[in-house]
Design a protein around this ligand. Structure first.
Ligand SMILES: Nc1nc2c(ncn2[C@@H]2O[C@H](COP(=O)(O)OP(=O)(O)OP(=O)(O)O)[C@@H](O)[C@H]2O)c(=O)[nH]1
Length: 452
């Protein structure tokens, strides 16, 4: 490897004077993202230096270097992002960086369930920011996202199984899935970067191939990372005309737990039981306990109020500027008792100052997270005195195909639980206009095909 540079950009990536590469060699721009402490820095440093150092600072780093992949010298620009988006500025820089990147390594730690849950939110941000750039708003740029589960060496602390990881990668539409230990194996890390390159190379050669956001036809094919890259490309070329098809590429043949996703799709078609029950049950193992009675409501949502009947309160003037809610990690949990009073603002609704007060019963929460009861209590205490001190939660607002409105919520679990705990009938929310495909990022194959 050569030409290694490391930066520590504090402002937006656009301000970084990173090393320019020669015209002939188009660099691959990779963003490594994931919850804090999952091993993002460790993996990039391991790939570049082959060493596992152990402790790294939590800052953002930017690297440029060359490496040989599949007998070709590749010029890399790698942004090792931070895992905690603690302020509005950081969150917006983060989204700018997503727009800059052409390929993503999305990491979680098998020892940290919370980091596993966060991958959905990160993928949502990727989809959201890549879609926004397209002229045609119905298409999502087909950027490769490789899902990586790290720290497999800590087998006694494992909280997420390989099956759950693989399933999640399929559900949220990742190009492929790897389980690795950055500490134990440099080869596993190299395989991750190699796959990212392969998918990126394919995308740069065939940029027009897009993934439709519709749920129409799904074509799945299995591509093993050991395959000859030219074979992968020729396989993919055959699909160029299939404009409406979505290509789901899965790398790595992984012993007994690897699924044939084509088979899964067929099963999905034939066996609704699998789609509606099993994914949810298995999801419950990773997300906490599934609200069984909610599952029904989620599958066939009951008719709910349309926006005009929701009480709209012009609360903007009393809302303080708040930082990121949606990306908080363990550091903020340490200060959890101060959560409600800390300044917070969600990434999804950062530019949206309208706050609605809606009946809590209108909100559909298909997943039940693991709660920190102390945190719930401390929020409940504040709620009793001054409801405005609690930041609004983000609610995905999806219009049904035949009218009606559906309100799904995934974050803000402690605030939601605190409201329930003290018997509040209403909750302050920020509505994030969303689509069925946004919902699919959260619910994967358990997502309803239509909302009507
Ligand atoms: N056991 C084990 N520990 C690891 C592995 N990879 C990273 N770590 C440790 O996990 C901790 C966090 O690693 P980092 O690379 O700093 O994680 P990060 O995702 O960059 O964290 P932030 O910078 O906070 O976003 C460090 O103490 C690493 O030594 C691994 O494969 N196995």
């Amino acid at each position: 490897m050569s030409g290694i540079n490391s930066f520590n950009p504090k402002s937006s990536l656009g301000k970084i004077g990173y090393q320019r590469h020669s015209k002939e060699m188009k660099p691959i721009r990779i963003m490594v993202l994931g919850h804090t402490g999952v091993g993002k820095t460790a993996s990039v440093v391991r790939f570049i230096t082959r060493r596992f150092i152990g402790d790294y600072d939590t800052k953002e780093h930017f690297y440029t270097f060359n490496s040989t992949i599949d007998n070709e010298v590749i010029s890399f620009e790698v942004l090792d992002s931070i895992g905690l988006l603690e302020s509005e500025t950081v969150a917006s820089t983060f989204e700018t960086n997503i727009r800059w990147a052409e390929a993503f390594i999305l990491m979680y730690s098998v020892t940290d369930k919370c980091s596993f849950e966060e991958v959905n939110r990160f993928k949502f941000l990727i989809n959201y920011n890549k879609r926004r750039r397209k002229l045609c708003k119905d298409d999502i740029m087909d950027v490769p996202v490789v899902l990586v589960a790290n720290k497999t060496d800590q087998f006694y602390d494992r909280m997420v199984t390989p099956e759950e990881g693989l399933k999640r990668s399929q559900e949220i539409g990742c190009a492929c899935f790897h389980e690795i230990s950055v500490r134990e194996s440099v080869d596993e890390v190299k395989e991750v970067f190699r796959d990212v390159c392969r998918f990126w190379r394919f995308n740069s050669r065939f940029p027009k191939l897009k993934r439709s956001k519709s749920d129409s036809i799904r074509l799945s094919m299995t591509i093993h990372s050991d395959m000859d890259p030219e074979k992968i490309i020729s396989l993919c070329c055959d699909l160029q005309d299939e404009k409406r098809r979505s290509i789901l590429l899965f790398g790595r043949t992984r012993s007994s737990w690897q699924h044939d996703d084509e088979q899964d799709d067929v099963l999905d078609e034939l066996e609704p039981r699998i789609r509606f029950d099993e994914p949810f049950r298995s999801r419950a193992k990773t997300d906490g306990n599934l609200l069984i009675n909610r599952a029904k409501k989620w599958r066939i949502p009951s008719p709910i109020l349309s926006p005009p009947t929701i009480q709209i309160m012009p609360l903007c003037h009393i809302v303080k500027r708040r930082n990121s809610i949606s990306m908080r990690g363990h550091k903020s949990r340490e200060t959890s008792s101060n959560e409600a009073t800390s300044s917070e603002k969600s990434v999804h609704s950062a530019n949206n100052d309208e706050i609605y007060v809606m009946p809590i019963t209108e909100i559909i929460r298909p997943l039940q997270p693991i709660l920190d009861e102390k945190k719930v209590d401390s929020i409940a205490d504040i709620l009793k005195n001054k409801v405005e001190d609690i930041p609004p939660i983000d609610v995905l607002w999806i219009e049904g195909s035949e009218g009606g409105n559906y309100f799904y919520s995934f974050g803000g679990c402690h605030r939601y639980a605190a409201h329930k705990k003290i018997g509040e009938a209403e909750i302050r929310v920020k509505l994030v206009k969303s689509t069925l495909s946004d919902l699919q990022v959260y619910l994967g194959s358990s997502c309803p095909k239509t909302l009507k």
